[in-house]
Design a protein around this ligand. Structure first.
Ligand SMILES: [Zn+2]
Ligand SMILES: [Zn+2]
Length: 140
């Protein structure tokens, strides 16, 4: 109903969809601010909330104190680096036992799954490599 077409709204959505880095609001703001000087962080948050309600983006969860978002809305597991906060997609591991049970309708108490969110925590390749370097030889 009468939703006005907003240039800022489009820009925020495009920014989220243009990257696979699963950005947070601050990244979106920093990215768009040079081309949209009147943009405020509040506007970014407000638009993200609308996209979440519409299902145009999904929340990956909070990483390092900041909520991160994904323009890829089909369910897929995420790999989150506990050290640098990098969020990666894990595209091919989508079918687990849980999914099969869900499809068969075999869930406890007749539970109906609305959506599924799988997150693996660990270290990304770069951080894992760094973690193996003794601190005194790691440089500054
Ligand atoms: Zn990392
Ligand atoms: Zn993702």
């Amino acid at each position: 109903m009468g939703r006005k077409h907003s240039k800022k709204r489009d820009a925020v959505l495009k920014a989220i969809q243009s990257t696979h880095s699963h950005p947070g609001a601050q990244w979106i703001y920093d990215t768009l601010k040079p081309s949209i000087p009147s943009l405020s962080l509040g506007t970014v948050y407000r638009n993200i909330n609308v996209f979440l309600e519409e299902g145009a983006v999904v929340s990956v969860g909070t990483v390092g104190g900041e909520e991160r978002f994904d323009g890829r809305v089909s369910p897929h597991p995420h790999l989150i680096c506990c050290r640098c906060g990098k969020v990666l997609d894990l595209p091919c591991l989508s079918e687990g036992d849980g999914a099969q049970a869900a499809e068969a309708g075999n869930l406890p108490g007749g539970f109906v799954i609305d959506y599924r969110k799988t997150v693996y925590y660990g270290l990304c390749g770069e951080c894992a490599a760094e973690a193996q370097v003794p601190p005194e030889t790691a440089g500054s």
